[in-house]
Design a protein around this ligand. Structure first.
Ligand SMILES: [Zn+2]
Length: 116
């Protein structure tokens, strides 16, 4: 298994909304109270968007942005890696892996479960 890192997802303790990247205030209910849940990293693709523009430095293009239905019962927007736009589809099983960017910030990204 490639993903030995665990992802702690920040969770609003008032409305239970998950959010990433971590930020102090809940975007749903504006609560400042939060804890963290450990995500299993397993999910399925609920929706996706292929971005070719605008381009941000440090990312590979085209960028596949996926909305993932996590096994935890919430949804998370992230990036699908090791995959081409032709291969991505709705309902495909994906697993999370942790990618570290140039600033050392750890990002959860997904790849197709069959590749993991
Ligand atoms: Zn909230």
């Amino acid at each position: 298994m490639a993903n030995k890192d665990k992802l702690g997802i920040q969770r609003c303790t008032d409305c239970k909304a998950l959010r990433h990247p971590p930020r102090p205030m809940c975007g749903e209910c504006r609560s400042l109270e939060w804890d963290a849940v450990e995500a299993s990293g397993n999910g399925t693709i609920c929706s996706y968007t292929v971005l070719t523009h605008p381009r941000f430095p440090g990312y590979d293009y085209p960028l596949i942005i996926v909305l993932v239905d996590l096994a935890e019962g919430t949804r998370l927007t992230s990036q699908l890696v090791n995959c081409t736009p032709e291969e991505v589809d709705f309902e495909l099983p994906v697993v999370m892996t942790i990618q570290q960017d140039a600033d050392g910030f750890k990002l959860p990204v997904f790849q197709l479960a069959e590749r993991a």
